[in-house]
Ligand binder design. Structure first.
Ligand code: COA
Length: 183
């Protein structure tokens, strides 16, 4: 069982975050989009994008395991912009990152967190209390991708007040393919 810590990411993490993001998409979103779509999505992405996003007010959180960054989440205002784990070392960090991101957004005064889920992640978000709003299409790099817009009320209290936490990873499970149906 792995223990992950979550801390605020800094500009020095940018290159790592970029590499991790690409590895995560290639490995974990492969069942949702074609290889060609994924490469068009990732092609223009560089470490500078992450530095610029931080400078523009995006809050990035990094999950670490044995001092190594193994996942990250990013929020801006009431939106979860990104949540990605390293496919080899970070599985199990997603829940910890999502809780930390929710806590960060709640403490900034936002009552609701919105996100645009890739198909592979819908079951994960449902499990964490997110409700489906509508189907959507987002432009990422040079491609349009189908997503599911989801939201969660952050009103219910009960989480600790610090964004730094340690979480033990649960056992793994398979992805859920029925992402567009149901609530
Ligand atoms: C989605 C993602 C962040 C989940 O991270 P993870 O580390 O694998 O998730 P965790 O192991 O922390 O899962 C936390 C909980 O969600 C559940 N869960 C995770 N993935 C799930 C899935 N596909 N279906 C159902 N439940 C899932 C886990 O069972 C666990 O529940 P538990 O605490 O009751 O045991 C990760 O798979 C990822 O990076 N995917 C690629 C990028 C991506 O799709 N990001 C979202 C973009 S919108």
């Amino acid at each position: 069982m792995k223990r992950f810590d979550v801390r605020r990411a800094v500009t020095a993490d940018a290159a790592l975050l970029c590499d991790l993001h690409k590895a995560s998409v290639r490995a974990l979103c492969a069942g949702s989009y074609s290889a060609a779509q994924i490469e068009l999505w990732l092609a223009p992405r560089s470490a500078d994008d992450y530095r610029r996003a931080m400078a523009a007010g995006e809050v990035m959180l990094a999950a670490t395991y044995a001092d190594r960054v193994v996942g990250f989440a990013s929020t801006k205002g009431a939106e979860l912009r990104a949540l990605y784990v390293d496919p080899k070392l970070g599985r199990g960090a997603g829940g910890a990152l999502l809780l930390a991101a929710e806590e960060q957004v709640r403490s900034a005064g936002e009552p609701v967190l919105h996100l645009q889920a890739t198909p592979n992640a819908v079951a994960f978000y449902r499990k964490h209390g997110y409700m489906r709003e509508a189907r959507g299409v987002v432009r990422r790099g040079g491609v349009e991708l189908q997503v599911l817009c989801m939201r969660k009320s952050l009103q219910s209290a009960g989480l600790p007040s610090t964004i730094t936490r340690s979480v033990t990873a649960p056992a793994r499970r398979n992805a859920d393919a029925s992402w567009y149906s149901g609530e």
